[in-house]
Design a protein around this ligand. Structure first.
Ligand SMILES: Nc1nc2c(c(=O)[nH]1)N[C@H]1C(S)=C(S)[C@@H](COP(=O)(O)O)O[C@H]1N2
Ligand SMILES: [Mo]
Length: 250
């Protein structure tokens, strides 16, 4: 992995005026919106990608978000030969005692849970081969294996007032806030496997959030807990707090 892939992304302040907001948003689904802008996930479009995500934040929350819109899947033969790894820490975050690791499910739930990796692997399993979009400009196709977040929600029984989930990691304070609808999307999973193998340390072992409908920085690696919250406590996130789009749909 190259040095630059590990360097923190520089926060930018993307600008998009209200008129282009409306022009871009009019009548377009989020996928065709990206297509209409000529975005193919290529390297040259980083600022554009950020702008599209900004627009999607608004489009996604206010008009077009559909919990059933599925991201395209690929054949395993289309996997990228190498999946770049990205983490903010200087050293790869590793657990001292992996056997003692548990996922804590807490907050506004009827049944708080403490789940081992075995527990998670015994729950409903989803596998998909999808494209990852990092806001820095790289994309990569990989296969992910895990349990849908919705299956965990079914077990912990969120209270009616729960609207968000905060995902926390053991990677020096990296976290992300998600709206409940995005978290309940069928392709939002807690992944413990990648490309038919256990999740490698570089990609968030033992457990990371994954979704092909969000930009990479929403996908919390090195998970330790998920906490259900209610408004006005919308949980922020490592990049979100520095001005990156909170909804961050692709
Ligand atoms: N804990 C933690 N999760 C993280 C990050 C991080 O630095 N720390 N980086 C995010 C970013 S910007 C991206 S693109 C993806 C990268 O996932 P990968 O390393 O498996 O390719 O993880 C996301 N999740
Ligand atoms: Mo990223």
């Amino acid at each position: 992995m190259t040095r630059s892939e590990q360097m923190p992304e520089t926060p930018e302040t993307p600008r998009i005026d209200r008129r282009s907001f409306f022009r871009l948003a009019a009548g377009a689904g989020t996928a065709s919106l990206a297509a209409a802008c000529g975005w193919d996930g290529g390297n040259a479009f980083r600022p554009l990608l950020l702008d599209i995500s900004r627009v999607n934040d608004w489009v996604g929350e206010k008009i077009l978000f559909s919990r059933n819109r599925l991201a395209p899947q690929y054949d395993p033969s289309e996997r990228s030969p190498r999946l770049p790894s990205y983490f903010i820490s200087r050293m790869m975050p590793m657990l001292q005692d992996p056997a003692a690791w548990r996922l804590q499910v807490q907050g506004l739930v009827r049944r708080p849970l403490l789940l081992s990796l075995d527990d998670l692997q015994r729950m409903p399993r989803t596998t998909y081969t999808v494209k990852h979009h990092c806001v820095e400009g790289w994309t990569a196709i990989a296969t992910w294996h895990g349990v849908p977040v919705s299956a965990v929600a079914e077990r912990c029984e969120p209270l009616p007032e729960a609207r968000y989930i905060r995902f926390d990691s053991f990677d020096s304070g990296y976290s992300n806030g998600w709206d409940l609808a995005s978290a309940m999307h069928p392709q939002t999973i807690l992944a413990y496997g990648m490309n038919d193998n256990p999740l490698p340390p570089a990609h968030g072992a033992p457990l990371r959030l994954y979704s092909p409908t969000k930009l990479g920085y929403k996908l919390t690696k090195y998970l330790v807990s998920m906490t259900f919250t209610a408004p006005p406590e919308r949980p922020g996130g490592y990049w979100e707090d520095q001005g990156y789009p909170w909804f961050a749909g692709v």
